[in-house]
Design a protein around this ligand. Sequence first.
Ligand SMILES: [Zn+2]
Length: 296
Amino acid sequence: MNWPRAILTDSGGFQVMSLSQLRKVEDKGVTFRSHLDGAIVELSPERAIEIQHLLGSDIAMQLDECLQLPASQAELRRAMQLSLAWAERSKRAFARTGGPALFAIVQGGDDLQLRAESARVVTDMGFHGYAIGGLAVGEPQQVMLRVVEAVAAALPAERPRYLMGVGTPEDLVEAVARGIDMFDCVLPTRLGRTGSALTWEGRLNLRNARYARDPEPLQADCGCPACTRFSRAYIRHLVKQHELLGLRLLSLHNLRFLLDLTAGARAAIERGEFAVYKRHALARLDVEEEAATWLT
Ligand SMILES: [Zn+2]
């Protein structure tokens, strides 16, 4: 894919849950119908590792089963145990293909006992890093943060701890405070493609008429290609005219906004001042939420 930096690939567990209506989960793997062409696809832990190896992945993820919340305790236990069995098989497959790093995924939904068991077993197996999966799938933020806090504390601090599929600016700051080192999320580019910008003043919907003559950049002091060259009014024009450049500029800005936020968190941790950074960031983002509510 001609990307000169590190590549992280997911195994397909979450994608099967989120994209496929027709799926069958068994011990050997998961069978599902492709949402693209209707073809039947079989994905096993071994095949998921092989595909990631062929993609040239630097960080590969084990195949896991991810459930939507709410789910029953019995279902959560079954999926958690299946994910542990698949972690073991993924590790064995990875030993054959080789590669820089393989991460395990802790499952167990919103059940803290299941989460603790999952974290203990994958830590005993030994992986290069550990992810928390199965969150940001319909549960309230407080539930997510409670699970993150418990699981991050149960994972080795000297290894990367990765929260999958999260999140909003507030989620990122709160999760970093609980020990999370890595994130991935479609939010910045999905918002960009739907005409919205993440800013300290709130989520701006650039389709809104109030920006028609707004000469300001999306976010003052932002160094991204959108903010250094274009006004809100012009980006609004591009979005309204279905010019892809508008959606691209918004995506670039949103990515930069989250990267600046996390770079600020990293620098604050190095200075030993993360608590202050978190307080300031959340205070500014509270303003955002009020403004965002007011705008819609
Ligand atoms: Zn920007």
